[in-house]
Design a protein around this ligand. Sequence first.
Ligand code: FCB
Length: 458
Amino acid sequence: MIPETKTLAGRFPGDFVFGVATAAFQIEGATKTDGRKPSIWDAFSNMPGRVYGRHNGDIACDHYNRLEDDLDLIQSLGVAAYRFSIAWPRIVPEGTGPVNEKGLDFYDRLVDGLKARGIKAFATLYHWDLPLMLAGDGGWTARQTAYAFQRYARTVIARLGDRLDAVATFNEPWCSVWLSHLYGIHAPGERNMDAALHALHFTNLAHGLGVSAIRAERPDLPVGLVLNAHSIYPGSDDAGDRAAADRAFDFHNGVFFGPVFKGEYPERFLSALGHRMPEIEPGDMETISQPLDWWGLNYYTPMRVADDPAEGSDFPATVPAPPAGDLRTDIGWEVHAPALGDLVRKLNADYTLPDCYITENGACYNMGVENGVVDDQPRLDYIADHLGVTADLISEGYPMRGYFAWSLMDNFEWAEGYRMRFGIVHVDYERQVRTVKKSGHWYAALAGQFPKGNHREG
Ligand code: FCB
């Protein structure tokens, strides 16, 4: 096992960052502790029919109460960095209004604990847990929410910014916009194009306002945005399917990459749906397109699309096309590592992008503990293959600076609840016992060859 990781390690530059990632709502639990108030995910998961088994985040991995042990766990994996998110409903529990010092104290302890262990802190400000009170004013469909986010961002950075190594405004706006307001799968469970188009522009605006807030507090803190860009393939070689794939690219990627990296929404998208968007006020596009220090790519699986034969369907007018192969993870997602490479090449051809971290990559396999071990070889293979593609990209000259395995540990997998496991560490939710899986041991062996972020030669 060790020689394999040695060969792989040799393909990365000495300062490549190996890390692990989580998000607040998925691991923290303690949803009513120390002044936290509900988020839209608390409300959503408490409604029948939204989340598998009506699971919720009340306890999750009980990370809030087990912080020190979990930090020791991260340290034991030998990784250089930890990507986590900050829960807005702990910091400004009502979205606007009073700041909750106890919420800030928790992240103070988290960041200090990382520093004490020599681990870099990569914080995400918004990983989907919008304070529920803001939903009363329209949530992300209201322009006001973007300004509330700006204030929250400034509050966090004023307190923690001196000890963060990097900060991202948003995690996967595709999910908090389309999946949450158009497809109805994530909170708030809306299925409405007009609502989604409002959420789109106000999320982009909030990102830009957030960048300004962060820079006003700490001009030197590297600021980025984490996008789950889609690697899109046409279902066939037909002109119709190829055009469908181009439209899908605009809709799933272009509406985020365009505004942020070019200062404009894609033309085809605007001509189809622009009239249903909220007013784009003077200065919005400049705010949204401020240069970033880095961007994060979350990648799991390719998207395959075909032309929608139905008359009059909304842009992008596509339907899903079948996967190219049989290999799927336990959540049903096609495994196809080359799509990661194709995606990074295509995005760099279309946009001028800064340094890139793969901020999430990993696989769902649900095997449990047997005789004290978790044999999750397919997850190990998945991570190794995607790291191989990442190394190819580096050799082609793309600025890939780091990789974060999703996830540090099994956790609340949103609409799938606890039944879908992505951890490189297993969590027994009944007893809150953590068991490092085979993939976790392997990843530790790899990361261990980059002590303190420097590759050990030879
Ligand atoms: C991503 C999310 C992350 C996790 C993985 C599996 O979309 O950012 O929280 O749920 O998928």
